[in-house]
Design a protein around this ligand. Sequence first.
Ligand code: SF4
Length: 368
Amino acid sequence: MENKVNFFDYDRVSLEAFFSSIDEPSYRARQVFQWVHRRKVINLADMTDLSVELRHRLSSLGSFELPKVVEERRSQDGTIKWLTTLWDGNIVETVLIPEVKRNTLCISSQAGCALKCAFCATGRQGFSRNLSTSEIIGQLWLAEEIVSNYRQEQFKLSNIVMMGMGEPLLNYSNVVSAMKIMLDDFAYGLSRRRVTLSTAGVVPGIDLLGSDCPVSLAVSLHAADDNLRSRLVPLNKKYPISVLLNACRRYSKNNLNSTVTFEYILLKDVNDSESDALKLTSLLGDLPSKVNLIPYNQVEGTGFMVPNIDVINKFRMILNDAGIITITRKTRGSDIDAACGQLAGRVDEYSNRQQNKKVPDEKVKISG
Ligand code: SF4
């Protein structure tokens, strides 16, 4: 593969640029996109609407390389978790959540995560590296292919959440490129409402995303005051709640007053009191928002516990009574460690020791 490109790394605009660079018309990109992402054909020899000469030429310049699924775990509730190994031995996790009316795939964007949220299994692994566009879109491609093979009929995902391992806005360029492929009519053709990016609150990334690729935004809030949030989500020290919510207001306003989803993991005796709920109502009052309450999924060694059901219901009622649409998310896949906050994968030890380094991305950086 030396000097060869991986065509999975290209969104359509960059694939068009590639074809221009080899003096081919840009519509070739649309042809290739349909073969690869719609028909799941990645053998250039089978792309029969390209000339034989062009197919030979393309195979001398690049190929379609995917990560490899090394393990599949199935939950009693139908959730499937795939462990996928990358070229350097890192392992990331992808989770399929089948429901009656939709099939949602939760995709990882980084091997490990540098943000170290207190309740999260990924954060405890440390950070290894950003995933490439091909490693991100490859998770989607593989999920559709694997399930289609099981079912012996074409399987299409209806919803994507960038909510797996890692902070997607700290791998901005590759994540945006992958999401553009998800939205592309010649690839997966998903609507912006059905692609959700979840962030711990990387404010510059939220602003950029609003103009580059305004998909549905979800924010991991988890606390209604800065002291507690800084303890649970250390990134809060850099971007405190007021700064974060202002970014959410801008995002919503610039995107037809779109609703921002706030994720709130309920931790027993930590952030689950009535006064926490009331504080949350005043924070979110003027923002088109909805809240997903997530009863905590056990992660060994964190010391956190899940509140009892009455506390969860009371918390939800306070928010709903204040006019904020609030649901309690059903826990899915906890028996296979696939539930929210439980994804750990396996990140390589060398990189693990580098976890305090700044995360490299050419467009979004956290300084200080
Ligand atoms: S919750 Fe998200 S941002 Fe926080 S450590 Fe886990 S993966 Fe990283």
